[in-house]
Design a protein around this ligand. Structure first.
Ligand code: HEM
Length: 527
């Protein structure tokens, strides 16, 4: 625990700080944020913060009561944080009345949460050869429905203030605690381990004992299944959800991610923690920054500066080409996702200054390449080696689809500091529903909106929390976006197509201005 070195310069504890004071002090270089009506200063702590420096930088000057409560175990916000308090926060405007929420909710509840009723007519038919035009029309229908949902949501959100939503959110958290939802059920991990062992056993057995091509192909498929499933436990470890102790969970995570999967857990944690704080913000959230391949908003056409990568995300010729076709290339590009994760892991481990356990992580990835190469040495020919690598890597793509599905079709606006944390998470994240027997395939993490509301909630309990979150949404008037898998895909492809169409339009305008595009220009001249 770092000693309290942050309070020395503070002189106005008794008077407290207003928003204006806070802004003034931030301009002078103080790193301040507000938590439960107190102001905290973390200049010297920021670069030691277990959740990463950037996670804190993004919230400076803001009231992050909900963010802090949702991201940390109670020991952090009940004990550790006290050392950094420098005074009271003086709210200049009294909040609007918190009474009668229920009366308003009654009105709102009739217009919300219709997701169960009206999906079927819009479902995407993935079977049968669909022409590109029919495919495009279908996804346009889906995104039109989704756009209506967004309009309803924005209208209703204005009804409650941040403080009113916070109150309901804290009640929901208490209800989850009372129902034991934050308790980790280790039996679920025992079951998952059996699945992991089965997959890796079959994969190794077929690779080491196999002699026919199909043995090796099947081995690669089982390897992909193994990696695909393991990621869910690495995710829990990254969130410290398994034992609740950072060091132990970090070790579990490094073993899975680095030693078994060849990817950096540290990279993932840095990336993911920022993602949870600034979800779907085009300039800040690395999870939606995939230039030149994807742009989920036209804001990426402006050569946006990424605060995560510290560079401009150029909208160059390659980006124009890929983005124009992004809704058709979506699955193909995602099937190369695992290769990209190697690239990002190496960039992080070699060039990032903040890396903890750099040697351990590098050792882990080296061990991965040794055992994986050894396995490949059993392949009878180079063409089978190539096929093995491609199949085992590319078949993990459902995971990449699942990850992007939760956010790519959702709002990317920045509604400012007055938007409450739960409102932002529900606006930027969608849940993807599936039958309960399929939970194992999606790891339970298909309920991303619930996960974003409570990142420390064990993923095995997310499904059980859905009704409670729906109830919370009814009370607050917030919209809960939940689609089934095919509709969710349609919504994402529809919004990607909308952005892709804008590239097409831009190209036509450019050609028209340059006089190259003769078709319509000629027609206009004739008229
Ligand atoms: C003095 C203030 C703070 C202290 C002492 C603190 C401390 C910690 C600690 C000990 C952890 C590891 C959590 C664990 O044990 O499970 C953590 C994680 C984290 N912190 Fe903070 N933190 C502070 C402020 C903040 C702020 C202002 C933010 C941004 C809103 C933030 C965002 C995060 C995130 C995103 C994680 C990772 C959570 C996860 O793994 O799910 N922290 N912090």
């Amino acid at each position: 625990m770092p000693p309290n070195t942050e309070t020395q310069a503070f002189t106005t504890i008794q008077n407290g700080l207003t928003r204006k004071d806070i802004e003034e002090r931030i301009k002078q270089g103080d790193a301040l944020f507000i938590f439960e009506n107190k102001v905290y200063k973390v200049n010297r702590f920021m670069n030691k913060h277990p959740g990463g420096e950037l996670a804190i930088r993004h919230v400076l000057g803001k009231d992050v009561t909900d963010e802090i409560r949702s991201m940390h175990p109670p020991r952090v916000y009940e004990k550790m944080i006290k050392h950094y308090c420098i005074g009271d926060y003086i709210r200049e405007l009294s909040p609007t009345s918190i009474t009668n929420i229920n009366a308003r909710n009654k009105n709102n509840s009739n217009t919300n949460n219709k997701e169960d009723d009206d999906e079927s007519p819009l479902q995407v038919d993935w079977q049968g050869g669909m022409s590109l035009e029919a495919f495009d029309t279908r996804i346009e229908q889906l995104s039109a429905k989704h756009a209506d949902d967004i309009k309803t949501n924005t209208k209703l959100q204005k009804d409650l203030t941040m403080l009113e939503i916070r109150q309901e959110y804290q009640q929901l958290e208490q209800e989850l605690i009372d129902r034991g939802m934050f308790e980790c059920n280790y039996w679920r991990y025992a079951k998952e381990c059996c699945r992991y062992v089965t997959f890796i056993y079959l994969s190794l057995w077929l690779a080491l004992r196999g002699y026919d091509t199909w043995h090796f192909i099947l081995s690669a498929i089982f390897m992909a299944c193994f990696w695909h499933q393991l990621v869910f436990t690495a995710h829990d470890a990254g969130h410290n959800e398994i034992t609740g102790r950072v060091e132990i969970d970090h070790l579990i995570g490094v073993t899975i991610a680095n030693f078994i999967g060849g990817l950096s857990l540290g990279w993932w944690k840095k990336n993911h923690n920022v993602h949870h704080i600034v979800t779907n913000h085009p300039e800040h959230d690395p999870d939606i920054q995939h230039m030149p391949f994807f742009a989920i908003t036209t804001r990426f056409f402006n050569n946006l500066y990424s605060t995560y990568y510290n560079r401009v995300l150029e909208f160059d010729a390659a980006a124009k080409f890929f983005i124009k076709h992004q809704h058709h290339l979506y699955y193909l590009v995602l099937s190369f996702g695992r290769f990209n994760l190697h690239r990002l892991s190496f960039l992080y481990l070699f060039f990032d200054k903040e890396v903890r356990n750099r040697k351990l992580e590098l050792t882990g990835i080296t061990v991965f390449f040794v055992w994986y190469s050894y396995l490949l040495s059993y392949m009878p020919s180079w063409s089978i080696v190539f096929a093995y690598v491609m199949i085992s890597y590319m078949l993990t793509f459902p995971l990449h689809v699942q990850i992007t599905l939760s956010h790519f079709g959702m709002s990317t606006e920045d509604l400012g500091p007055d938007e409450s944390f739960p409102a932002k998470q529900l606006r930027t994240t969608m849940d993807v529903d599936c039958p309960e027997w399929l939970d194992w395939f999606h790891g339970g993490l298909q309920y991303q909106a619930v996960h974003h509301l409570f990142p420390r909630l064990p993923r095995h309990n997310l499904r059980q929390c859905v009704p409670l979150v729906k109830n919370f949404c009814k009370k607050t008037g917030l919209h809960y976006y939940m689609y089934n898998f095919s509709t969710g895909n349609g919504v994402v492809l529809g919004s990607m197509k909308a952005v892709a169409d804008q590239v097409g339009l831009m190209n036509n305008v450019a050609k028209y201005n340059a006089g190259v595009w003769s078709g319509e220009k000629d027609q206009q001249e004739e008229q």
